[in-house]
Ligand binder design. Structure first.
Ligand SMILES: NC(=O)c1ccc[n+]([C@@H]2O[C@H](COP(=O)([O-])OP(=O)(O)OC[C@H]3O[C@@H](n4cnc5c(N)ncnc54)[C@H](OP(=O)(O)O)[C@@H]3O)[C@@H](O)[C@H]2O)c1
Length: 315
């Protein structure tokens, strides 16, 4: 596992982060057990992963607490999110931080985010809620403040582009993957210039892990004119098998492997989040994130093919 600094925070973290939300919730979404979820998180930690992401809404803070209880706290970076901020005031935010600490069985959060903030609520978040986060930080309960976008409703990053005009956030979580690379210009240029730490989510999601979903997404993109079918064909793809050529022409073990490596080596991405309920997938993903970048020519072709896309998330 490689390690790097998370933006200007000065905090060193593994380049892979375990995501405990998303379509898997470490297996809990598919009826998996708490013990199984704890085992996945523990196996990640034993393999060198130090960054763990959870949230109030995922209801996985308790399994994270069980997985980390006997691990030296300063060897981990724990990131969680206040999900139900919509009706809170600043005091409510401070109370929610206390709840997150209780649920996680820890006395500080490395990163506390406001979860899935939308552009229409952004000004209100800053005026009404941000002071509560600052007080939690001053009290030593939170080290760094973060904001995450609602990628499904905001695949073009309107909220984060707005948030990066100011200097309120130490860390942001952004949707970025082979299919929607619009964050490169709209988010990553500014975060790199300002030294803001970046966590990448939606790296494979469903469209890059299930071929039938990829076919549907590519159909949509071609029909909307965001993806050039002639270029897709020129590169060796088709609507029926859009990205098989990526695996054929590189050393990638699978499209999932290619998808994780594409994001992990993108300049400006500090932590690549991976969500899974399967130990086999976890170990494969750890391997992917340890592997070198994809063949540069194929990576460039992927940049060209999806250059105009900003409407899908890989959901
Ligand atoms: N707005 C927000 O703040 C927000 C939104 C979304 C996500 N997040 C965070 O970002 C994290 C990462 O997002 P994500 O969970 O969507 O992660 P992801 O890694 O992009 O996608 C996870 C999906 O891919 C599958 N998968 C993972 N590894 C695989 C493999 N090797 N082979 C085949 N399928 C594989 C998983 O199924 P299996 O369980 O079967 O492996 C799951 O369905 C979340 O867990 C959460 O912490 C934050």
């Amino acid at each position: 596992m490689e390690y790097r600094e998370l933006g200007r925070t000065g905090m060193t973290t593994s380049v892979m982060g375990v995501g405990t939300g998303g379509p898997s919730r470490v297996g809990l979404r598919d009826g998996g057990s708490d013990d199984g979820a704890v085992e996945v998180i523990r196996r990640a930690i034993d393999s060198g992963v130090t960054f763990i992401d959870t949230a109030e809404a995922y209801r996985t803070e308790e399994v994270v607490a069980r997985a980390i209880h006997d691990v030296p706290r300063d060897s981990l970076q724990i990131s969680t999110k206040i999900s139900r901020w919509q009706d809170l005031d600043a005091a409510g935010i401070e109370a929610s931080v206390d709840e997150r600490l209780r649920a996680l069985g820890t006395d500080y959060l490395d990163v506390c985010h406001l979860h899935a903030v939308t552009i229409d609520r952004y000004n209100e978040v800053i005026e009404r809620l941000y002071p509560g986060l600052v007080r939690a930080r001053e009290a030593g309960k939170v080290r760094f403040l973060g904001v995450t976008e609602m990628f499904n409703g905001d695949p073009g990053h309107e909220m984060l582009a707005r948030a990066l005009d100011d200097d309120y956030w130490d860390v942001v979580m952004v949707g970025f993957n082979i299919l929607n690379q619009s964050a490169r210009e709209r988010v990553l240029e500014a975060t790199q210039a300002k030294g803001i730490g970046v966590l990448a989510m939606f790296v494979v999601r469903l469209a890059l892990s299930r071929r039938e979903r990829l076919v549907e997404v590519v159909d949509e993109l071609v029909d909307r004119g965001e993806l050039d079918e002639a270029l897709l064909r020129e590169l060796g793809g088709s609507r029926e098998d859009p990205l098989g050529w990526v695996v054929e022409r590189t050393d990638a073990a699978s499209l999932v492997d290619a998808a994780y490596r594409f994001v992990r080596h993108e300049p400006g991405i500090d932590v690549t989040l991976s969500g899974t309920g399967s130990l086999d997938h976890l170990l494969a993903n750890i391997e992917s994130l340890d592997r070198p970048p994809l063949d540069p020519q194929v990576a460039e072709q992927l940049r060209r093919l999806f250059a105009r896309v900003d409407s899908v998330t890989a959901q």
